[in-house]
Write a protein that binds this ligand. Structure first.
Ligand SMILES: Cc1cc2nc3c(=O)[nH]c(=O)nc-3n(C[C@H](O)[C@H](O)[C@H](O)COP(=O)(O)OP(=O)(O)OC[C@H]3O[C@@H](n4cnc5c(N)ncnc54)[C@H](O)[C@@H]3O)c2cc1C
Ligand code: FES
Length: 272
């Protein structure tokens, strides 16, 4: 059951030129309900009626951490908060990632990276084997990679211009990772972990829609399960206003805020 509360800002730090990390003292009741991939809906000043959805990056016993980039007036207001200020928080909201797979590959692109940190940490805590591939536009937008190293078996970084990690798109790293899982004897696309090789991983991804579509395609080619976190403009955040409706492969429409933001890749209509 989501909770609405005035939460105190415990910390606001800049991670790079574009991204801010905000830790909120939410109290135990809200923090205890969080699962990875969920989001909170933040009121960004009294004059703005609509809340802004921001994914939970990490959580503790009494705290939540969000990481955001300034995109408009609401996130600019958030970026000006100081420790001790209060922010009206509604959450946790939505359905997050299913971490039941034994081996997981978390994939983050740009501002889709922060929610994947919470997933990687939670999965590692549950004893899963976690690998990560992260894509950034350039070195200036790189963030949180040290935290991924601490909880993941492997981390690979790629950037659009090659200024951090290799030059290219995150999909290439996903494909290489999945190829490396094959036995070496049979077709890498068809090999599902024969010869005592580990079971194929489940892929969990958050980032721009074009990236998610490409990751979903690679996973389909390799016959690997894939969950994606979608982003849509939101109004209410709780399934009451239809602003966040998105098309599904079976022709139905679902609410990103309530049915998602995480969906199985095959559920999504990628052409919409
Ligand atoms: C489930 C979910 C999780 C998100 N997680 C993060 C995150 O962890 N970090 C982060 O930096 N951003 C995240 N976003 C995007 C973030 O919500 C927008 O950048 C933010 O709402 C922009 O508000 P603004 O007032 O600064 O910009 P404006 O453009 O002035 O916003 C105007 C209106 O459009 C809505 N809006 C604008 N862009 C988006 C968008 N991309 N998605 C949804 N609504 C939008 C705003 O909520 C507001 O109602 C997430 C979006 C969703 C849907
Ligand atoms: S934002 Fe209102 S239904 Fe999803």
């Amino acid at each position: 059951m989501p909770i609405q509360a005035e939460c105190t800002v415990a910390e606001l730090v800049r991670l790079n030129e574009f991204a801010y990390s905000m830790t909120l003292e939410t109290g135990e009741a809200m923090a205890a309900q969080v699962s990875c991939g969920q989001f909170v809906h933040l009121k960004c000043g009294g004059e703005r009626l609509l809340r802004r959805p921001i994914s939970v990056c990490q959580w503790g016993e009494n705290t939540l951490r969000v990481v955001f980039e300034v995109r408009g007036a609401g996130t600019a207001w958030l970026s000006r908060r100081k420790p001790g200020d209060r922010v009206d928080v509604l959450g946790p909201l939505g359905r997050g990632f299913d971490l039941s797979g034994r081996r997981l590959l978390v994939v983050g692109g740009g501002i889709g990276v922060p929610p994947m940190l919470g997933c990687a940490q939670e999965a590692a805590r549950l004893g899963k084997e976690v690998h990560a591939v992260l894509g950034f536009r350039d070195e200036g937008r790189r963030m949180l990679t040290g935290d991924f190293i601490d909880c993941c078996r492997s981390l690979n970084v790629i950037s659009d211009d090659g200024s951090t990690g290799r030059k290219g798109f995150v999909t290439e790293l996903v494909e290489e990772f999945l190829q490396a899982q094959a036995c070496g004897t049979c077709d890498p696309v068809l090999c599902t972990g024969c010869s005592g090789r580990p079971a194929p991983p489940e892929v969990l991804a958050c980032g721009p829609k074009a990236m998610l579509r490409a990751v979903a395609q690679v996973c389909q080619t390799y016959g690997v399960g894939c969950q994606v976190s979608l982003e849509e403009r939101m109004g209410c955040g709780v399934g009451a206003c239809l602003v966040c409706a998105c098309d599904m492969a079976d022709g139905r429409r679902k609410h990103v805020c309530k049915d998602g933001p995480v969906f199985r890749a095959e559920e999504v209509s990628w052409d919409a």
